[in-house]
Design a protein around this ligand. Sequence first.
Ligand code: 13P
Ligand code: SF4
Length: 335
Amino acid sequence: MIMEIADAKKNLQRKGFLDIAVDPTLDLFAVIEDLKKKKNAIVLAHYYQEPDIQDIADYIGDSLGLSQQAAKTDADIIVFAGVHFMAETAKILSPQKKVLLPDLKAGCSLADSAPPELFKKFRDKYPDHIVISYINCSAGIKALSDIICTSSNAEKIIESVPKDQPIIFAPDRNLGAYLIKKTGRDMVLWNGACMVHEIFSLEKITKLKVRHPEAKIIAHPECEPAVLALADYIGSTTALLKYSKQDSAKEFIVVTETGILHQMEKENPDKTFIPAPPNNACACNDCPHMKLNTLEKLYLCMEYEQPEITMDESLRLAALKPIERMLEISAKAGL
Ligand code: 13P
Ligand code: SF4
């Protein structure tokens, strides 16, 4: 066993997680609860995580809620059940805490669509513009930005900028196009997108609606404009969940990653939630990055306190500023 741990730690960077066999008879829920208490650790999970992880989490939320929790927790260890940019944001906000991510390879296609060196060249072409970046980006992009936003607060963030101030919005072109429509601001967009939200099939959603005419279509703003045009309601994961509770409809076609259905079904046992289908036969409405985390990897990372998020201090400080601006504007707006 000792050798197994030493080997697993040696292979950590290459594999992204501690590859150690976990005894299948272990009650992982009980062991993780014990580890939380013993180590004063908090588990933060995004809605796109698998149901077991959501059920063991101390807090489940959207990107804004998760960063607010990461900023205020008094836990010694933050275990981030989400993707890399989320855990990195937690580390930027809480540098004195140990931040663990069950699988370091849990990345994000949207964050990857904006390499900092290319983005810097792009930004430099618009010296009069300020940069608002969606939180789904690397610390390198955050450091090149003036304000960060999430899908919950993006409109308020844009509205906080004087009307005559030109804006670059990065990295999501779909969210950016949606915000241009909502706010009437003519922003310059970086050409990035999320692989999960881009793959929904307009044709299949239209057919579903024909079969379920009473169903409300609810969609995340990372979807393409043609899909958003079909939606009865558009919002962040938290906003979609809230809408599904408050609206009187009994059926919903949910156009975002399937993980959110777990909370929707738990909180609305009398309603039906239909995941919107992708445009091929794969399970591409599951985010392959989010779903790299498993309960076993969560347990191992808490037991051995690896993989840990680490960061260069000057990069952290540069990335912190626009995140703090986001949190200040959000607090003022009561978000
Ligand atoms: P929100 O949960 O903030 O709506 O973001 C969705 C998402 O794509 C996270 O990766
Ligand atoms: Fe990134 Fe899209 Fe996965 Fe969210 S769902 S983590 S935006 S790839």
